[in-house]
Write a protein of this length. Structure first.
Lengths: 227, 290
């Protein structure tokens, strides 16, 4: 479903984020990408949603090389891959409902469809009663749940989450992780980048370890082991 | 559209800066209109006179007049006969006893017939003078005033040329500076929305979906700015126009505005819209590259 082939990302001679990284993700898998800060986790996910371009290698999504994709088609790619970020990236001037609805407006969905789907997905993340609150009125965990709802609303086949719990306390962290597990059990592929040892060890799912821009381990089920 | 109101202060600031820009543009344009008409008035004041000796036949003078009128360089030629010249002379020197008394003593009309020639352009006087200096006219012409006024005419011609050119250059520079100020204001406004643009792109918005509202906002800013600027310019002219008219009777800005109301309004509105849309377009483009 997703395949990285010898992908490299070199910012400059002093800063090499990824060196010839190759691995494959199958449909409905739950894959954790682990590594210390600066190991290249975020870069890997940014390459997948074409936020950045690799220096070398090929990245396939559903057998399509995303590096060969014309800029016009990127919006369609991004609607098939839901992205969740450490800093939530919610629009501060829009309510929870509007933030999620916005992702559908972008795709030109009808008003009726938007009302129906946004309500459903806010229900899924357990925020139906906070739909009219602005991000500043929500806790960190709630903000992240809005962001997950936004990522889910297109019914994407993949969710990529880049340190989604990085700014959250332990209780909220587990809420978010349980939500991601639930989404995965409903049939969506999940790629989770984190450096949280406890989460990884409790998940007992596949783990891809990155060290200095190189895949050092790829085990299923894996544990958090960094040399 | 919603953004226009939600970012109240930013919109207000942008509109005000664009208004200032439009007022500057319009003022520069009107100043050029004034400068041009002042210079035209000056040019009209310059003419040359050709005097004929007393023996010259009126028929020959009129033949020369029609020849001059046939020349491309000549704007108009006025014939003043000796009989017409006398009352003009008396009137001009009415308060000078010596002149009037000497005229009475002579008893006859000593004045010469003349042609007043107005060229289309100051630089064409030498050509006209050269034409009049031909041998065939030497017998009847006593004097051509160009030779006396040559220095003054040349100097004026130079001054006018420099004023016209520097006026255009200064206008262009000022207009460009005003444009830069407005452009950078819009850029700052859009800079404040850069994260929003990034988020839009990351959730799958196409470039047009992101750009659209900013372009609409640019049009709105432009239209509102042009309306405000017109509300400043029109009363401004109403106030300054009559004062200028007292000072330079050839320039009536109030009637100029009256005659050119719609073109001016169009000029301002189009200027505002182009300014707004162009600035938004360029400013947003930078953040669309996600």
């Amino acid at each position: 479903m997703i395949r990285f082939e010898h992908v490299s990302k070199i910012y400059n001679s002093h800063s090499v984020a990824l060196k010839s990284v190759s691995f494959e993700v199958k449909p409905q898998e739950f894959v954790s990408v682990v590594g210390r800060s600066g190991a290249g986790k975020s870069t890997l996910l940014k390459l997948l949603i074409a936020e950045e371009k690799p220096t070398g290698g090929r990245i396939f999504f559903n057998k399509q090389n995303i590096l060969k994709m014309p800029a016009k088609e990127l919006p369609f790619l991004r609607r098939q891959i839901g992205a969740v970020f450490q800093d939530f990236k919610l629009l501060p001037n829009k309510t929870a409902y509007e933030n999620v609805a916005f992702a559908m407006e972008v795709a030109g969905k009808s008003e009726a469809e938007i009302q129906n789907d946004v309500g459903r997905v806010l229900d899924l993340v357990g925020l139906k009663n906070k739909k009219d609150n602005f991000p500043r009125e929500l806790s960190g965990g709630e903000k992240q749940r809005v962001a997950i709802a936004r990522a889910m609303v297109h019914r994407p086949s993949v969710i990529v989450a880049d340190e989604p719990t990085g700014n959250l306390d332990p209780i909220n962290t587990w809420d978010i992780i349980r939500l991601l597990i639930k989404i995965n059990e409903l049939g969506t592929t999940v790629i989770l980048a984190t450096h949280d040892k406890e989460i990884i060890n409790a998940l007992e799912r596949r783990v891809v370890s990155l060290e200095n821009g190189v895949v050092s381990r790829d085990e299923n089920p894996g544990r958090y082991i960094l040399s | 559209m919603l953004n226009f109101w939600r970012n109240g202060w930013l919109s207000t600031a942008t509109v005000l800066i664009m208004t200032v820009t439009l007022v500057v543009w319009t003022s520069i344009f009107l100043l050029n209109v004034v400068l041009t008409s002042v210079l035209d008035v000056l040019v009209e004041k310059v003419d040359i006179s050709v005097y004929f000796n007393l023996g010259a036949k009126e028929m020959d003078i009129l033949a020369l007049k029609s020849k001059l009128e046939g020349m491309g360089e000549v704007n108009s030629v006025e014939y003043i006969s000796a009989e017409q010249a006398l009352p003009i002379f008396k009137k001009r020197h009415a308060d000078n006893d010596i002149f009037i008394k000497s005229l009475q003593e002579i008893g006859i009309n000593p004045l010469e017939a003349s042609l007043n020639i107005l060229a289309k352009n100051l630089s064409q006087y030498p050509a006209i003078t050269a034409f009049l200096n031909q041998d065939q006219y030497k017998g009847i012409i006593t004097n051509i005033t160009y030779t006396e006024n040559k220095d003054a005419i040349d100097r004026l011609s130079n001054i006018i040329k420099v004023l016209r050119e520097s006026g255009v250059a200064a206008s262009l520079i000022l207009a460009f500076i005003a444009f830069l100020v407005a452009f950078n204001t819009v850029r700052l406004a859009i800079y404040s929305a850069r994260e929003e643009i990034t988020v839009m792109k990351l959730v799958g918005a196409s470039n047009w979906f992101v750009r659209g509202p900013f372009i609409v906002e640019g049009v709105l800013h432009g239209v509102v700015a042009s309306i405000i600027s017109f509300m400043i310019v029109i009363p401004g002219i109403g106030f300054l126009g009559p004062k200028l008219f007292d000072f330079l009777p050839n320039i009536n800005l109030v009637s100029y505005i009256g005659d050119n109301f719609w073109p001016l309004l169009l000029f301002q509105t189009l200027g505002g819209i182009i300014l707004g849309v162009f600035s938004s377009w360029v400013a947003v483009r930078k953040y669309l590259k996600v």
